[in-house]
Write a protein that binds this ligand. Structure first.
Ligand SMILES: Nc1nc2c(c(=O)[nH]1)N[C@H]1C(S)=C(S)[C@@H](COP(=O)(O)OP(=O)(O)OC[C@H]3O[C@@H](n4cnc5c(N)ncnc54)[C@H](O)[C@@H]3O)O[C@H]1N2
Ligand code: MOO
Length: 408
């Protein structure tokens, strides 16, 4: 296994990362609805009954049969089963959500009805039906959502409506982070040749937004800059993680030990360097673990913005694949200012979106060692190899993994 390689095209790197994840995805497991938020459907969600399951009144009023006036014979509330209406000129009082009795011909709203001295009901039904028929929303056995759908609050509510107590979802990938670099400080301000480790706080938080779990014990660093310490730390992390991310040491500097460590661990590269700037020395490898199965290692470059680009280029597609999710397609936005190309590399340029999300403006402070631009951007505009983008051009946009409201 050589550390030298031809950089992979950026789009191809995303696709390869996704396919590698998909090929390694585990089976679906049934979990209670309360624990399924944020997971991914492992099988299609199918209607267990017709929906609604019985003819259901949409109003409070009267269920009537035959011509007016109607003599009330009883009442049916939500949750009850209704006796059939058998005689013309009869009705039952009915509540919203109650089962409409067999034999009912119309429903009349209470405020659009009146009663005579004998208690008989009169009124004119509205032209549109005031009840919902079984199957109006779904037929029993109908597929409502495909496998691979992210589970959100609406999906949880729909599964409950259908009568599910548990739903089949994919396991959440377990991720770990190893930070390399003896120059890193874990607290206090930088100086005297030392820089503050910015990736231990950043990477786990974004891994979680991509659907992985990261326990506090799974974040380690700085790992000592020796080959032995790197190999030992990776081996240890592989015992409890499906995806181990490392930062730094991806190049061939005097203390860059990642490639030699991978060789020692018998790893096989899925991707070794990507033709993208910033970020190119990134890699994704399969590493055999002690149990005989393989896990993934994503090597993120040490420059912080480059590490983020490796996260969105390799790790996000891998995690999507492992969860059985599609690789998100990139939408296009209009550039408000020119963005230069980066020769034969894809250029990912940090940009902020207009409130309507249609136009992107490049932000400042975007060197690969900087995070200031990242903290004000919504994502990256994509400028393909051997091109440059002009103001007014439509270009693909890769969003940052943000929760709603995080960039108001
Ligand atoms: N001779 C060459 N040198 C470099 C090249 C090159 O093509 N030829 N490429 C540069 C590029 S591009 C990148 S990116 C970096 C990637 O290098 P490594 O992944 O080996 O990263 P390190 O050398 O360990 O660190 C680079 C830089 O980032 C700082 N760093 C590292 N970890 C953190 C962290 N957790 N928090 C904050 N900052 C971090 C580190 O101090 C260095 O300044 O290689 C270039 N060199
Ligand atoms: O690729 Mo480096 O990641 O340009 O900073």
């Amino acid at each position: 296994m050589s550390a030298d390689s031809i950089p992979v095209d950026w789009d191809k790197a995303r696709t390869n990362g996704h396919e590698a994840g998909r090929a390694a995805a585990g089976p679906a497991e049934a979990v209670p609805l309360a624990g399924a938020d944020g997971r991914t459907l492992g099988e299609p969600l199918v209607a267990l009954t017709d929906l609604p399951a019985f003819p259901t009144s949409s109003i409070d009023g009267w269920a009537v049969r035959g011509p007016a006036p109607w003599q009330p014979t009883g009442r049916v509330l939500a949750g009850g089963t209704a006796a059939p209406l058998t005689g013309d000129g009869t009705c039952v009082e009915i509540a919203t959500g109650a089962m409409v009795p067999e034999g009912a011909e119309a429903l009349i709203r209470v405020e659009e009805s009146s009663r005579d001295a004998e208690g008989r009901v009169t009124g004119t039904p509205r032209p549109q039906p005031e009840w919902r028929l079984p199957g109006d929303e779904a037929r029993r056995g109908e597929e409502l959502l495909p496998a691979g759908t992210p589970v959100d609050p609406a999906v949880l509510g729909m599964a409950a409506t259908c009568g599910y107590d548990r739903i089949p979802v994919r396991a959440q990938p377990r991720a770990a982070l190893l930070v390399f670099g003896d120059e890193l400080l874990t607290s206090g301000p930088p100086g005297a040749g030392r820089v503050r480790d910015s990736l231990s706080p950043l990477v786990p938080a974004w891994l979680r937004r991509y659907g992985a779990t990261v326990s506090p014990a799974a974040v380690r660093g700085p790992v000592q800059d020796t080959l032995e310490a790197h190999v030992a730390a990776i081996r240890e992390a592989l015992t409890s993680a499906d995806v181990v991310c490392t930062t730094g040491g991806t190049m061939n500097g005097p203390v860059d030990h990642l490639h030699p460590a991978l060789a020692e661990l018998g790893a096989e590269y899925v991707i070794n360097t990507v033709a993208v700037r910033p970020g190119f020395p990134m890699l994704l490898a399969r590493v055999p673990a002690a149990d005989g199965r393989y896990r993934f290692l994503a090597g993120l470059p040490g420059n912080p913005q480059s590490a983020v680009i490796a996260l969105i280029t390799l790790v996000a597609p891998l995690l999507a694949g492992l969860q059985g999710r599609e690789l998100p397609a990139l939408r296009k936005v209009e550039l408000t200012a020119p963005v230069p190309g980066r020769g034969g590399f894809t250029h990912l340029a940090l940009a902020a979106l207009d409130p309507d999300g249609r136009r992107a403006t490049p932000v400042g402070h975007v060197g690969s060692a900087m995070l200031r631009g990242l903290a004000t951007a919504d994502g990256f505009v994509v400028v393909r190899p051997d091109t440059a983008a002009a103001a007014g051009d439509l270009v693909p946009f890769h969003p940052l993994p943000l929760y709603p409201g995080e960039r108001p």
